[in-house]
Write a protein that binds this ligand. Structure first.
Ligand code: ADP
Ligand code: ZN
Length: 219
């Protein structure tokens, strides 16, 4: 089972993907998380990715495609994968189709999360994430705050703001989405495996309820 999470930054892709992972038992692979882990470890890939991410720009296709190509060969994703943040360009989508075809599989479901534009901005500037790399729980200091300010409810880790969630880089990211990623909606619509989910403002709807609706699709 290959599931793709599509949607602008701040629509809840990561949140929904992590719930789906738990319920379906299929691993979540987030290219953004992989890049952030590499930045933390100071690898060459991390240095390269940071030079783009810090400006709110996409990491170049060749680098990102190679990364996913290698990840898809690993054992844990043999029976399924939830891709969160990939593909983000039409070229990435075309290459993904080729990679999967070589492995005798295909994209089964594309979930397109949409959120009214004016809410996205608010969500992103208020987003905080757990800095514990085994946890990475996402909070919103307005909609879904932790019990204790700055501390993760689940693991006690420190909550941080992602650098690219600052106002300065948000515009660039949202613009990139419109220009480069949103054409993927047509790409997958033509293939007939797109499901669009309107995500409303409440924190609950952002995660749990949406994931439940999606799970119903598999029953
Ligand atoms: P969000 O969906 O909130 O933007 P992500 O964690 O998915 O967050 O991505 C963070 C950043 O990582 C992106 O802005 C981009 O710079 C980089 N990135 C992640 N996935 C890709 C991709 N598939 N192609 C190019 N760049 C990517
Ligand atoms: Zn945590």
């Amino acid at each position: 089972m290959v599931i793709i999470m599509l949607g602008a930054p701040g629509t809840g892709k990561g949140t929904v993907a992590s719930i789906l992972t738990e319920k379906l038992g299929v691993p979540q692979v987030s290219t953004g998380d992989i890049f952030r882990a590499n930045i933390k470890e100071g690898t060459e890939l991390g240095k390269l990715a940071e030079s783009y991410m810090s400006q709110g720009k996409l990491v170049p296709d060749d680098v990102t495609i190679d990364l996913v190509r290698n990840r898809l060969k690993e054992d844990d994703v043999k029976n399924g994968i939830i891709l969160d943040g990939f593909p983000r360009t039409v070229l990435q989508a075309q290459e993904l189709d080729k990679m999967l075809e070589e492995q005798g599989r295909k994209v089964d479901l594309v979930i397109n999360l949409t959120t009214p534009r004016e809410e996205i901005f608010e969500r992103l500037v208020n987003r905080r994430v757990c800095s514990n790399s085994n946890c990475k729980t996402v909070y919103n200091i307005v909609l879904n705050p932790p019990k204790v300010e700055g501390i993760c409810d689940k693991c006690g880790g420190e909550l941080i703001q992602r650098k690219d969630d600052r106002k300065e880089t948000l515009e660039a990211r949202l613009e990139d989405y419109e220009k480069t990623t949103s054409p993927l909606v047509d790409y997958y619509e033509e293939k007939g495996n797109l499901r669009t989910e309107i995500v409303s403002k409440s924190a609950n709807r952002m995660g749990k309820d949406v994931a439940e609706d999606i799970i119903k699709l598999f029953n």
